[in-house]
Design a protein around this ligand. Structure first.
Ligand SMILES: [Zn+2]
Ligand SMILES: [Zn+2]
Length: 117
């Protein structure tokens, strides 16, 4: 895929208890499960953890602090980084993942986007 994609999120909203919706500047809507977003965290630590894990996935259950009511990952906050990305702060205290617009758009798994991969 080209680096020249210029999509920007117009709106980020909580779609449900477990999912996030992004409305893009071209009118496209993407829905992401929080768990998937956390799982795909692009930071160096998570990349290494995924590499080391047998399943290729993050051991998420272990990262959520004891005493937290839910075992589901959720962002505590989503902060803009410049004009190109968002920083997610997760309820497992993880906040080093910078999710660029391009990265988020590429993660969209709707029927229209999937065949393009
Ligand atoms: Zn990470
Ligand atoms: Zn899509």
């Amino acid at each position: 895929m080209e680096e020249s994609l210029q999509y920007r999120p117009e709106e980020i909203t909580e779609f449900s208890d477990t999912a996030l919706m992004i409305l893009w500047s071209d009118g496209h809507q993407s829905i992401y499960l929080y768990e998937d977003l956390r799982q795909e965290c692009p930071c160096a630590t998570c990349r290494q953890l995924r590499k080391n894990s047998k399943t290729g996935k993050l051991p998420l259950k272990k990262t959520i602090p004891l005493g937290t009511k839910t075992t589901k990952v959720k962002p505590l906050s989503i902060d803009p980084v410049g004009q190109y990305a968002y920083k997610f702060t997760w309820n497992d205290k993880h906040d080093t993942g910078i999710y660029t617009y391009q990265f988020l758009r590429n993660l969209c798994s709707c029927e229209a986007c999937l065949p393009e991969r």
